[in-house]
Design a protein around this ligand. Structure first.
Ligand code: PLP
Length: 440
Protein backbone atom coordinates (compact mmCIF):
# COMPACT_ATOMS: atom_id res chain seq x y z
CA UNK A 1 0.00 0.00 0.00
CA UNK A 2 2.98 2.38 -0.07
CA UNK A 3 2.33 5.17 -2.52
CA UNK A 4 -1.16 5.87 -1.27
CA UNK A 5 -1.74 7.78 1.89
CA UNK A 6 -4.11 6.30 4.39
CA UNK A 7 -6.67 8.76 5.62
CA UNK A 8 -8.56 8.14 8.81
CA UNK A 9 -12.20 7.57 8.10
CA UNK A 10 -14.07 8.22 11.30
CA UNK A 11 -14.10 7.84 15.04
CA UNK A 12 -17.68 6.87 15.87
CA UNK A 13 -16.79 3.77 17.85
CA UNK A 14 -14.07 5.63 19.79
CA UNK A 15 -16.55 8.43 20.49
CA UNK A 16 -19.15 6.04 21.89
CA UNK A 17 -16.52 4.23 23.97
CA UNK A 18 -15.38 7.62 25.29
CA UNK A 19 -18.97 8.42 26.33
CA UNK A 20 -19.19 5.12 28.21
CA UNK A 21 -15.76 5.68 29.75
CA UNK A 22 -16.66 9.17 30.99
CA UNK A 23 -19.72 7.74 32.71
CA UNK A 24 -17.55 5.43 34.82
CA UNK A 25 -14.11 7.10 35.04
CA UNK A 26 -12.98 10.70 35.64
CA UNK A 27 -12.31 12.19 32.23
CA UNK A 28 -12.91 8.80 30.65
CA UNK A 29 -9.26 7.79 31.07
CA UNK A 30 -6.88 6.15 33.48
CA UNK A 31 -4.04 8.59 32.87
CA UNK A 32 -4.81 12.25 32.12
CA UNK A 33 -2.88 13.05 28.93
CA UNK A 34 -4.68 10.22 27.10
CA UNK A 35 -7.90 12.27 27.16
CA UNK A 36 -6.74 14.68 24.39
CA UNK A 37 -7.68 17.68 26.53
CA UNK A 38 -4.61 19.64 25.41
CA UNK A 39 -5.31 19.06 21.72
CA UNK A 40 -9.10 18.67 21.74
CA UNK A 41 -11.12 16.03 19.93
CA UNK A 42 -11.93 12.42 20.63
CA UNK A 43 -9.24 10.17 22.05
CA UNK A 44 -8.79 7.05 19.93
CA UNK A 45 -9.51 3.78 21.68
CA UNK A 46 -7.01 1.26 20.37
CA UNK A 47 -8.08 -2.31 19.88
CA UNK A 48 -4.87 -3.89 18.63
CA UNK A 49 -1.33 -3.10 17.63
CA UNK A 50 1.40 -4.83 15.68
CA UNK A 51 4.93 -3.63 15.01
CA UNK A 52 4.76 0.14 14.56
CA UNK A 53 1.04 0.24 13.74
CA UNK A 54 -1.92 0.86 16.02
CA UNK A 55 -5.48 -0.06 15.02
CA UNK A 56 -8.35 1.78 16.66
CA UNK A 57 -11.86 0.59 17.45
CA UNK A 58 -13.14 2.06 14.16
CA UNK A 59 -10.54 0.09 12.20
CA UNK A 60 -8.28 3.07 11.43
CA UNK A 61 -4.54 2.41 11.38
CA UNK A 62 -1.86 4.76 12.65
CA UNK A 63 1.93 4.71 12.66
CA UNK A 64 2.74 4.90 16.36
CA UNK A 65 5.26 7.51 17.52
CA UNK A 66 4.25 7.23 21.17
CA UNK A 67 5.12 3.56 21.76
CA UNK A 68 2.96 3.44 24.89
CA UNK A 69 4.98 6.42 26.19
CA UNK A 70 8.22 4.56 25.82
CA UNK A 71 7.98 0.87 26.70
CA UNK A 72 7.46 -0.57 23.20
CA UNK A 73 11.11 -0.39 22.12
CA UNK A 74 10.77 -3.30 19.70
CA UNK A 75 7.27 -2.39 18.51
CA UNK A 76 3.94 -3.91 19.47
CA UNK A 77 3.22 -7.59 19.89
CA UNK A 78 6.74 -8.69 19.05
CA UNK A 79 6.30 -12.43 18.38
CA UNK A 80 9.12 -13.53 20.71
CA UNK A 81 7.90 -11.31 23.54
CA UNK A 82 4.32 -12.52 23.08
CA UNK A 83 5.44 -16.16 23.08
CA UNK A 84 7.54 -15.70 26.23
CA UNK A 85 4.66 -13.92 27.97
CA UNK A 86 2.16 -16.63 26.99
CA UNK A 87 4.46 -19.33 28.29
CA UNK A 88 5.06 -17.42 31.54
CA UNK A 89 1.34 -16.80 32.06
CA UNK A 90 0.61 -20.48 31.51
CA UNK A 91 3.08 -21.31 34.32
CA UNK A 92 1.21 -18.99 36.70
CA UNK A 93 0.66 -15.25 36.77
CA UNK A 94 1.84 -14.44 40.29
CA UNK A 95 3.35 -16.49 43.08
CA UNK A 96 3.99 -14.02 45.88
CA UNK A 97 7.37 -15.69 46.26
CA UNK A 98 10.70 -14.99 44.59
CA UNK A 99 11.03 -16.53 41.11
CA UNK A 100 13.74 -16.89 38.47
CA UNK A 101 12.65 -14.28 35.88
CA UNK A 102 13.01 -11.41 38.37
CA UNK A 103 16.55 -12.56 39.19
CA UNK A 104 17.43 -12.74 35.50
CA UNK A 105 16.00 -9.30 34.85
CA UNK A 106 17.93 -7.86 37.81
CA UNK A 107 21.11 -9.50 36.47
CA UNK A 108 20.49 -7.92 33.06
CA UNK A 109 20.01 -4.46 34.61
CA UNK A 110 23.11 -4.81 36.81
CA UNK A 111 25.10 -5.90 33.74
CA UNK A 112 23.98 -2.92 31.65
CA UNK A 113 24.12 -0.10 34.18
CA UNK A 114 26.35 1.11 37.04
CA UNK A 115 23.95 -0.10 39.77
CA UNK A 116 25.15 -2.82 42.16
CA UNK A 117 21.75 -3.97 43.40
CA UNK A 118 18.16 -3.51 42.22
CA UNK A 119 14.71 -3.70 43.76
CA UNK A 120 11.74 -4.32 41.45
CA UNK A 121 8.51 -2.35 41.71
CA UNK A 122 5.46 -2.00 39.44
CA UNK A 123 5.63 1.58 38.13
CA UNK A 124 8.07 4.41 37.57
CA UNK A 125 6.26 6.39 40.25
CA UNK A 126 6.97 3.70 42.82
CA UNK A 127 10.60 3.62 41.70
CA UNK A 128 11.19 7.34 42.26
CA UNK A 129 9.09 7.41 45.44
CA UNK A 130 11.13 4.57 46.90
CA UNK A 131 14.46 6.01 45.75
CA UNK A 132 13.62 9.28 47.51
CA UNK A 133 12.65 7.46 50.70
CA UNK A 134 15.88 5.48 50.58
CA UNK A 135 17.96 8.61 49.96
CA UNK A 136 16.32 10.27 52.96
CA UNK A 137 16.75 7.16 55.10
CA UNK A 138 20.40 6.77 54.13
CA UNK A 139 21.40 10.40 54.65
CA UNK A 140 19.09 11.20 57.57
CA UNK A 141 18.14 14.41 55.71
CA UNK A 142 14.78 15.56 54.32
CA UNK A 143 15.27 18.03 51.48
CA UNK A 144 14.95 16.89 47.87
CA UNK A 145 16.17 19.04 44.98
CA UNK A 146 14.44 18.63 41.62
CA UNK A 147 14.29 20.59 38.38
CA UNK A 148 11.33 22.44 36.94
CA UNK A 149 9.85 20.57 33.98
CA UNK A 150 11.22 17.20 35.11
CA UNK A 151 8.48 14.66 35.78
CA UNK A 152 9.16 11.75 38.10
CA UNK A 153 5.68 10.24 38.32
CA UNK A 154 2.88 11.34 40.62
CA UNK A 155 4.84 11.15 43.87
CA UNK A 156 3.49 13.80 46.28
CA UNK A 157 6.77 15.55 46.94
CA UNK A 158 7.86 15.40 43.29
CA UNK A 159 4.79 17.02 41.75
CA UNK A 160 6.22 20.47 42.39
CA UNK A 161 6.68 22.12 38.98
CA UNK A 162 6.63 18.78 37.20
CA UNK A 163 6.36 18.62 33.41
CA UNK A 164 4.27 16.12 31.44
CA UNK A 165 0.55 16.01 32.27
CA UNK A 166 0.90 18.42 35.19
CA UNK A 167 1.97 21.20 32.84
CA UNK A 168 -0.22 20.03 29.98
CA UNK A 169 -3.15 20.94 32.20
CA UNK A 170 -1.57 24.13 33.53
CA UNK A 171 -1.51 22.89 37.11
CA UNK A 172 1.11 24.51 39.38
CA UNK A 173 1.14 21.38 41.51
CA UNK A 174 -1.94 19.57 42.65
CA UNK A 175 -4.53 19.82 45.40
CA UNK A 176 -4.24 16.88 47.75
CA UNK A 177 -0.53 17.36 48.37
CA UNK A 178 0.02 19.10 51.73
CA UNK A 179 2.28 22.16 51.57
CA UNK A 180 4.48 20.50 54.16
CA UNK A 181 5.35 17.78 51.63
CA UNK A 182 6.45 20.11 48.86
CA UNK A 183 8.12 22.42 51.40
CA UNK A 184 10.88 19.81 51.56
CA UNK A 185 11.25 19.95 47.75
CA UNK A 186 13.42 22.68 46.25
CA UNK A 187 12.79 23.28 42.56
CA UNK A 188 15.56 24.71 40.38
CA UNK A 189 15.79 25.65 36.70
CA UNK A 190 17.17 22.81 34.56
CA UNK A 191 20.67 23.14 33.10
CA UNK A 192 21.59 25.86 35.60
CA UNK A 193 24.75 24.97 37.59
CA UNK A 194 24.77 28.38 39.33
CA UNK A 195 21.33 27.69 40.84
CA UNK A 196 22.55 24.30 42.06
CA UNK A 197 25.65 25.85 43.63
CA UNK A 198 23.53 28.50 45.34
CA UNK A 199 21.07 26.00 46.82
CA UNK A 200 23.88 23.79 48.10
CA UNK A 201 25.70 26.69 49.69
CA UNK A 202 22.55 27.66 51.56
CA UNK A 203 21.00 24.26 52.37
CA UNK A 204 23.81 21.77 51.64
CA UNK A 205 23.65 19.95 55.00
CA UNK A 206 19.87 19.44 54.72
CA UNK A 207 19.82 18.00 51.18
CA UNK A 208 19.17 14.26 50.99
CA UNK A 209 19.37 14.06 47.21
CA UNK A 210 19.16 15.72 43.85
CA UNK A 211 16.83 13.91 41.47
CA UNK A 212 16.90 14.64 37.77
CA UNK A 213 15.73 12.98 34.59
CA UNK A 214 18.91 11.62 33.00
CA UNK A 215 17.79 13.71 30.04
CA UNK A 216 14.59 15.71 30.32
CA UNK A 217 11.80 14.17 28.24
CA UNK A 218 8.70 15.57 29.91
CA UNK A 219 8.97 19.18 28.72
CA UNK A 220 9.65 17.97 25.21
CA UNK A 221 13.18 16.65 24.77
CA UNK A 222 15.78 18.77 26.55
CA UNK A 223 19.22 17.21 26.83
CA UNK A 224 21.40 18.06 29.80
CA UNK A 225 24.14 20.44 28.69
CA UNK A 226 27.56 18.75 28.44
CA UNK A 227 28.88 18.06 31.92
CA UNK A 228 25.66 19.00 33.74
CA UNK A 229 24.90 15.52 35.09
CA UNK A 230 28.57 15.01 36.01
CA UNK A 231 28.47 18.33 37.86
CA UNK A 232 25.36 17.22 39.78
CA UNK A 233 27.00 13.93 40.74
CA UNK A 234 30.14 15.75 41.95
CA UNK A 235 28.24 18.44 43.84
CA UNK A 236 26.13 15.84 45.64
CA UNK A 237 29.22 13.91 46.66
CA UNK A 238 30.91 17.04 48.01
CA UNK A 239 27.91 17.70 50.25
CA UNK A 240 27.07 14.16 51.37
CA UNK A 241 23.86 14.12 49.31
CA UNK A 242 22.89 11.36 46.89
CA UNK A 243 22.54 11.83 43.14
CA UNK A 244 19.41 10.10 41.82
CA UNK A 245 19.23 9.74 38.05
CA UNK A 246 15.72 8.99 36.80
CA UNK A 247 16.05 6.77 33.74
CA UNK A 248 12.41 5.62 33.69
CA UNK A 249 12.05 7.15 30.23
CA UNK A 250 15.62 6.96 28.90
CA UNK A 251 16.69 3.64 30.46
CA UNK A 252 17.44 0.93 27.87
CA UNK A 253 16.13 3.34 25.21
CA UNK A 254 18.76 6.09 24.77
CA UNK A 255 21.36 3.32 24.48
CA UNK A 256 21.94 -0.23 25.76
CA UNK A 257 22.95 1.39 29.04
CA UNK A 258 20.35 4.15 28.91
CA UNK A 259 21.31 7.82 28.90
CA UNK A 260 24.11 7.03 31.36
CA UNK A 261 25.69 5.04 28.51
CA UNK A 262 26.12 8.23 26.50
CA UNK A 263 27.24 10.53 29.31
CA UNK A 264 28.25 8.89 32.62
CA UNK A 265 29.92 5.86 31.07
CA UNK A 266 31.92 8.18 28.81
CA UNK A 267 32.76 10.81 31.42
CA UNK A 268 33.49 8.31 34.19
CA UNK A 269 30.91 8.99 36.88
CA UNK A 270 27.92 7.07 38.22
CA UNK A 271 24.72 8.07 40.02
CA UNK A 272 24.22 6.86 43.60
CA UNK A 273 20.69 5.70 42.75
CA UNK A 274 18.89 5.15 39.45
CA UNK A 275 15.26 4.53 38.58
CA UNK A 276 14.00 2.47 35.66
CA UNK A 277 10.63 1.59 34.14
CA UNK A 278 8.97 1.56 30.71
CA UNK A 279 11.29 -0.50 28.42
CA UNK A 280 12.38 -2.86 31.23
CA UNK A 281 8.75 -3.99 31.58
CA UNK A 282 8.27 -4.73 27.88
CA UNK A 283 4.75 -3.24 28.03
CA UNK A 284 3.88 -4.70 31.44
CA UNK A 285 3.90 -2.98 34.84
CA UNK A 286 7.51 -3.52 35.87
CA UNK A 287 9.94 -0.89 37.09
CA UNK A 288 12.92 -0.78 39.41
CA UNK A 289 15.32 1.32 41.38
CA UNK A 290 18.92 0.44 42.08
CA UNK A 291 22.27 1.85 43.05
CA UNK A 292 25.29 1.73 45.27
CA UNK A 293 25.55 -1.35 47.41
CA UNK A 294 25.88 0.46 50.76
CA UNK A 295 22.76 2.51 49.99
CA UNK A 296 20.67 -0.37 48.64
CA UNK A 297 21.50 -2.58 51.64
CA UNK A 298 19.64 -0.05 53.81
CA UNK A 299 16.39 -1.47 52.33
CA UNK A 300 14.23 -3.96 54.18
CA UNK A 301 14.76 -6.81 54.88
CA UNK A 302 18.51 -6.05 55.14
CA UNK A 303 18.09 -2.58 56.56
CA UNK A 304 15.51 -0.35 58.20
CA UNK A 305 14.05 1.49 55.17
CA UNK A 306 10.74 -0.17 54.36
CA UNK A 307 9.56 -0.85 50.82
CA UNK A 308 7.40 -3.68 49.44
CA UNK A 309 4.86 -4.71 46.78
CA UNK A 310 2.38 -7.57 46.22
CA UNK A 311 3.15 -7.77 42.49
CA UNK A 312 6.78 -6.56 42.60
CA UNK A 313 8.96 -8.71 40.34
CA UNK A 314 5.85 -10.31 38.83
CA UNK A 315 6.90 -13.32 36.72
CA UNK A 316 4.92 -12.37 33.61
CA UNK A 317 6.01 -8.72 33.68
CA UNK A 318 9.66 -9.51 34.33
CA UNK A 319 9.61 -12.13 31.56
CA UNK A 320 8.28 -9.52 29.12
CA UNK A 321 10.99 -7.08 30.19
CA UNK A 322 13.78 -9.62 30.13
CA UNK A 323 12.79 -10.87 26.67
CA UNK A 324 12.65 -7.29 25.41
CA UNK A 325 16.07 -6.43 26.81
CA UNK A 326 17.63 -9.60 25.40
CA UNK A 327 16.27 -8.73 21.95
CA UNK A 328 17.53 -5.14 22.25
CA UNK A 329 20.97 -5.72 20.73
CA UNK A 330 23.52 -3.13 19.63
CA UNK A 331 22.04 -3.32 16.10
CA UNK A 332 18.63 -2.36 17.51
CA UNK A 333 20.09 0.72 19.21
CA UNK A 334 21.91 1.74 16.03
CA UNK A 335 18.64 1.38 14.14
CA UNK A 336 16.78 3.48 16.73
CA UNK A 337 19.41 6.24 16.43
CA UNK A 338 19.04 6.20 12.64
CA UNK A 339 15.24 6.26 12.83
CA UNK A 340 15.24 9.16 15.28
CA UNK A 341 17.52 11.23 13.08
CA UNK A 342 15.62 10.33 9.88
CA UNK A 343 12.29 11.40 11.36
CA UNK A 344 13.77 14.59 12.82
CA UNK A 345 15.11 15.50 9.38
CA UNK A 346 11.70 14.84 7.81
CA UNK A 347 10.08 16.96 10.48
CA UNK A 348 12.47 19.90 10.04
CA UNK A 349 12.14 19.71 6.26
CA UNK A 350 8.33 19.66 6.31
CA UNK A 351 8.03 22.47 8.88
CA UNK A 352 10.66 24.51 7.05
CA UNK A 353 8.93 24.05 3.69
CA UNK A 354 5.64 25.18 5.21
CA UNK A 355 7.27 28.22 6.80
CA UNK A 356 6.48 27.15 10.38
CA UNK A 357 8.93 28.61 12.92
CA UNK A 358 10.27 25.61 14.81
CA UNK A 359 13.08 24.01 16.72
CA UNK A 360 13.38 20.22 16.81
CA UNK A 361 15.44 18.93 19.72
CA UNK A 362 16.67 15.55 20.80
CA UNK A 363 18.02 13.82 23.86
CA UNK A 364 19.30 10.39 22.96
CA UNK A 365 16.61 8.91 20.70
CA UNK A 366 13.89 11.06 22.26
CA UNK A 367 12.99 14.14 20.26
CA UNK A 368 10.25 16.71 19.95
CA UNK A 369 9.36 19.82 17.98
CA UNK A 370 8.66 23.18 19.57
CA UNK A 371 6.48 25.14 17.17
CA UNK A 372 6.43 28.93 17.08
CA UNK A 373 10.01 29.44 18.30
CA UNK A 374 13.45 29.13 16.77
CA UNK A 375 15.74 29.38 19.80
CA UNK A 376 16.86 26.18 21.52
CA UNK A 377 15.01 25.07 24.67
CA UNK A 378 17.32 24.70 27.69
CA UNK A 379 14.80 24.69 30.51
CA UNK A 380 11.14 24.74 31.46
CA UNK A 381 10.54 28.44 30.94
CA UNK A 382 11.91 28.13 27.39
CA UNK A 383 9.67 25.07 26.83
CA UNK A 384 6.60 27.07 27.82
CA UNK A 385 7.38 29.62 25.13
CA UNK A 386 5.88 27.71 22.21
CA UNK A 387 2.65 27.85 20.22
CA UNK A 388 0.09 25.33 21.53
CA UNK A 389 -2.47 26.22 18.84
CA UNK A 390 0.03 25.35 16.11
CA UNK A 391 0.73 22.00 17.77
CA UNK A 392 -3.00 21.27 18.09
CA UNK A 393 -3.54 21.82 14.38
CA UNK A 394 -0.43 19.84 13.51
CA UNK A 395 -1.37 16.95 15.82
CA UNK A 396 -4.85 16.60 14.35
CA UNK A 397 -3.61 16.75 10.77
CA UNK A 398 -1.06 14.02 11.54
CA UNK A 399 -3.76 11.92 13.21
CA UNK A 400 -6.05 12.44 10.24
CA UNK A 401 -3.24 11.19 8.01
CA UNK A 402 -2.59 8.09 10.04
CA UNK A 403 0.24 9.06 12.40
CA UNK A 404 -0.25 8.92 16.15
CA UNK A 405 1.76 11.61 17.97
CA UNK A 406 1.74 12.48 21.67
CA UNK A 407 -1.46 14.47 22.35
CA UNK A 408 0.55 17.21 24.08
CA UNK A 409 3.42 19.44 23.01
CA UNK A 410 5.22 18.74 26.29
CA UNK A 411 5.86 15.10 25.46
CA UNK A 412 8.71 13.54 23.53
CA UNK A 413 8.19 11.28 20.52
CA UNK A 414 9.30 7.67 20.77
CA UNK A 415 10.62 5.46 17.98
CA UNK A 416 10.51 1.67 17.89
CA UNK A 417 12.73 -0.82 16.09
CA UNK A 418 9.70 -1.95 14.08
CA UNK A 419 9.39 1.30 12.07
CA UNK A 420 9.92 0.13 8.49
CA UNK A 421 9.91 1.86 5.09
CA UNK A 422 6.13 1.68 4.87
CA UNK A 423 5.78 3.45 8.21
CA UNK A 424 8.43 6.06 7.34
CA UNK A 425 6.67 6.69 4.05
CA UNK A 426 3.40 7.26 5.87
CA UNK A 427 5.11 9.67 8.30
CA UNK A 428 6.70 11.65 5.46
CA UNK A 429 3.41 12.02 3.58
CA UNK A 430 1.49 12.93 6.71
CA UNK A 431 4.11 15.57 7.55
CA UNK A 432 3.75 17.20 4.18
CA UNK A 433 0.00 17.49 4.81
CA UNK A 434 0.26 18.49 8.47
CA UNK A 435 3.03 21.09 8.38
CA UNK A 436 0.86 23.56 6.38
CA UNK A 437 -1.90 23.04 8.99
CA UNK A 438 0.54 24.20 11.69
CA UNK A 439 1.30 27.30 9.64
CA UNK A 440 -2.34 28.28 9.23
N1 PLP B 1 10.01 9.21 35.69
C1 PLP B 1 10.00 9.63 34.41
C2 PLP B 1 11.21 10.29 33.84
C3 PLP B 1 8.88 9.43 33.62
O1 PLP B 1 8.87 9.86 32.35
C4 PLP B 1 7.74 8.79 34.18
C5 PLP B 1 6.53 8.56 33.37
O2 PLP B 1 6.36 9.04 32.29
C6 PLP B 1 7.81 8.38 35.51
C7 PLP B 1 8.95 8.60 36.23
C8 PLP B 1 6.64 7.68 36.15
O3 PLP B 1 6.47 6.41 35.65
P1 PLP B 1 5.03 5.70 35.75
O4 PLP B 1 4.14 6.43 34.81
O5 PLP B 1 5.31 4.28 35.33
O6 PLP B 1 4.59 5.79 37.16
Amino acid sequence: SSGTIRVVSGSDVSASLFDRARAVSPGGVNSPVRAFKAVGGTPRFMSSASGSWLTDADGNRYVDLVASWGPMLLGHAHPEVVAAVQAAAARGTSFGTPSEPEVELAEEIVARTPVDLVRMVSSGTEATMSAIRLARGFTGRDVVVKFAGCYHGHVDSLLAEAGSGVVTFGLPGTPGVPDAFTAETLVLPYNDPAAVRAVFSEHGDRIACVITEAAAGNMGAVAPEPGFNAFLARTCREHGALFVSDEVMTGFRASRQGYWGIDGAVEGWAPDLMTFGKVMGGGFPAAAFGGREDVMRMLAPEGPVYQAGTLSGNPVATTAGLTTLRLATDEVYTHLDDLASTIQTMLRDALGAAGVPHVVQSAGTLFSPYLGRTEPVRDFSDAQDQDPAAYRAFFHAMLEHGVYLPPSSYEAWFVSDSLDDDALDQIEKALSAAAPAAAA
